[in-house]
Design a protein around this ligand. Structure first.
Ligand code: 3PY
Ligand code: ZN
Length: 626
């Protein structure tokens, strides 16, 4: 500690040090108490060794003994560093702002790709368990090999909650780490409108502050959606992002089938009307968010062509899932119909409930007017890395139960992330052969609720009701008949009260009245009634509780998930920065006689550098001046 204090002293760095330097500066001896991080990590490893994983492993499969191959960055793809100005779209955003960025996107020829590997792909395939450690290792390669990506989706959705709850990582540190490693590609996150990173409305000042902190921490583009496409909820998120200086990507959650004239509720007119409202509310980008993967090629062509014709200047971005296996075809149709950007996951993290394959889309668009600018050889190396890294997450692998795509999705419309959860639950209860029944009931539950849009959190309400119907042996008809005597799941009651928002075609009657039995109803947006959060007060209370100074972002984590944050904080104080452990070691501990290197950064970004000098180990301390 003494050496570190000297190194940071102004007189020392100015080389103005004489023989009295130490005598005249008693503060050099004011040592910060050691955080004992290495010792804490040993305690963690001991804990895992004796008591097993601190993160419950979902299956009996173990993380594989693999070292994912990090491809070399080629000479013509040198790593982009902060000292060299970043190239590409990110610099337009940083230098000229969100509106100029949107214009630049529209002017670009071809079709750009958003890479979802760091977010939705693992949310949909690996229960959101991919750790910063494995993302960070491949990030310099991504930064160098794919400067033409529109964006990297690496934050939001379930990642915020899961990283603290199960991985004992701070989501803000993840964002900051990736930002340093990928300075040139815009970052994208999924924002659940007035629910931000959570499952229900927060006070408006929390949403505003959240967007501000996210932009400060390195986030660029916010895909804002609402689980019922309820405009007032969407507007809260959009306004917060706009005020914070982020790119507002307003998302229309897509359901049904616009190419099927018998499906009248979510027809082309419905989507065009909502798009009009979002454009009027001054979004920078319009997104079609097909969370279940039900946008068939013909529907994609119809919808995107109509949007392109009506809004020639508006960038259009399409998100889909490959649950049935048709998403590559749909994304190609979107590109041809005028979409500026489509989402893909790297090949080895694509398919089934994840996004369609990046390599397949890039190859399909090669030689057309819709080239992506991405290099297939580089994609192949990137894919090889994840093919290996994915084996570290074997305990969470959806492929233990899911072997292929399935076109049933056009009937049940279960979102990608939820599908594997429900399937896994059915299998773990020994009801694997009943999964068909669960899917069938999900459809019935949705229709009983009035055929609503299904995505977090409305998808959970439908899932809860489906499970309830299976347990109580109910059909859609008997559910309504017996509704005044049944004890409904809390999520269903709150939905009927209006806590989630107002469904576009209203609440189902007489079911609503029978479920509510006089309970109060909310007519507008539930968040509008919530009192503002006093952040200063919360900070003081949290610092007292946890006995350390907290950052604004920590207070925000607590505002989103108070219990989860407290547990995370206590865990970290006990076991240190477990996010620095390699993934297999984190999940299953060390093998007998195994060695493992762990890099723990020192607090003030002072790095210890080790040299082998004529066979002797020497170390020096160097301050990172970047
Ligand atoms: C989420 O809200 O986490 C989603 O991925 C919705 O598609
Ligand atoms: Zn998705």
């Amino acid at each position: 500690p003494f050496l570190l204090n000297v190194l940071q002293h102004q007189s020392f760095t100015d080389a103005a040090v004489d023989t009295y330097f130490i005598d005249e500066h008693p503060e050099l001896f004011a040592f910060k108490p050691s955080q004992n991080r290495a010792q804490k990590l040993l305690a963690y490893l001991g804990e895992v060794q004796v008591n097993g994983a601190t993160t419950p492993l979902a299956t009996s499969l173990k993380p594989a003994h693999v070292v994912p191959p990090v491809p070399h960055v080629r000479a013509d793809q040198e790593p982009v560093t902060r000292s060299r100005p970043p190239v590409g779209l990110h610099s337009v955003l940083v230098n000229e702002g969100a509106e100029a960025f949107a214009k630049a996107v529209r002017r670009k020829k071809g079709c750009m790709i958003t890479d979802t590997t760091f977010r939705d792909a693992h949310q949909s395939l690996l229960a959101t368990r991919v750790r910063t450690y494995d993302m960070a290792k491949i990030s310099p390669f991504v930064s160098s090999a794919f400067p033409h990506l529109f964006s990297m989706e690496n934050w939001g959705g379930a990642t915020f909650d899961v990283s603290m709850r199960f991985l004992h990582e701070c989501p803000w540190e993840r964002l900051e780490t990736l930002r340093k490693l990928i300075p040139n590609i815009p970052f994208q996150c999924l924002l659940r409108g007035a629910n931000a990173m959570g499952y229900s409305n927060y006070p408006d000042n929390v949403i505003n502050k959240f967007a501000e902190l996210a932009v400060k921490s390195g986030m660029d583009i916010f895909r804002v959606f609402d689980s019922l496409n309820y405009l007032p909820n969407l507007l809260v998120g959009m306004e917060a992002v706009g005020r914070a200086g982020g790119v507002v990507e307003a998302a229309i959650a897509y359901t049904g089938d616009v190419s099927d004239s018998t499906r009248t509720q979510y027809n082309l007119q419905y989507y065009m009307d909502l798009a009009e409202q979002l454009v009027k509310a001054q979004c920078h980008i319009l997104c079609i968010k097909d969370m279940a993967g039900v946008l068939k090629p013909a529907a994609a062509k119809l919808l995107i062509t109509a949007l392109r014709d009506k809004y020639p200047d508006m960038p259009i971005h399409v998100h889909s899932h490959d649950t049935a296996g048709a998403a590559v075809a749909s994304m190609v149709e979107c590109a041809k119909a005028g979409a500026d950007i489509v989402d893909a996951a790297v090949d080895s993290m694509s398919g089934m409930t994840s996004q369609p394959s990046m390599g397949a889309i890039v190859a399909s668009l090669q030689g057309t007017n819709f080239e992506t600018g991405l290099n297939l050889d580089a994609i192949s190396q990137y894919s090889a890395y994840w093919e290996s890294a994915r084996q570290l997450y074997a305990p969470f692998e959806c492929a233990t139960t899911m072997k292929s795509g399935n076109a049933d999705v056009y009937k049940h419309e279960i979102p990608g992330g939820q599908y594997t959860n429900l399937q896994f639950q059915a299998f773990s209860l020994g009801l694997g052969d009943k999964f068909d029944e669960v899917k069938r009931m999900y459809r019935e539950a949705n229709l009983a609720l009035g055929d609503i849009i299904k995505v977090t959190p409305s998808s959970k309400i439908v899932g809860d009701l489906a499970q309830f119907m299976v347990q109580n042996n109910l059909t859609r008809e008997t559910l309504v008949d017996r509704a005044d005597e049944l004890s409904f799941p809390k999520s269903v009651v709150e939905f009927m009260q209006g806590h989630v928002g107002q469904p576009p075609y209203g609440f189902p009657e007489p079911l609503r009245t029978k479920v509510l039995r006089g309970k109060p109803k909310i007519d507008g947006r539930s968040g509008a009634q919530l009192p503002a959060l006093d952040f200063d007060k919360v900070k003081v209370e949290l610092e007292e509780k946890h006995g350390r100074k907290l950052r604004e972002v920590d207070v925000m984590s607590s505002a989103m998930f108070p219990r989860v944050f407290d547990d995370f904080e206590q865990f970290r104080q006990r076991f240190g920065p477990v996010d620095k452990l390699p993934t297999r070691v984190f999940f299953s501990g060390l093998d007998i006689a195994e060695e493992c290197d762990v890099e723990i950064e020192t607090e003030n970004e002072i790095f210890s550098v080790f040299f082998d000098l004529n066979g002797q180990m020497r170390s020096i301390f160097v301050q990172d001046r970047e």
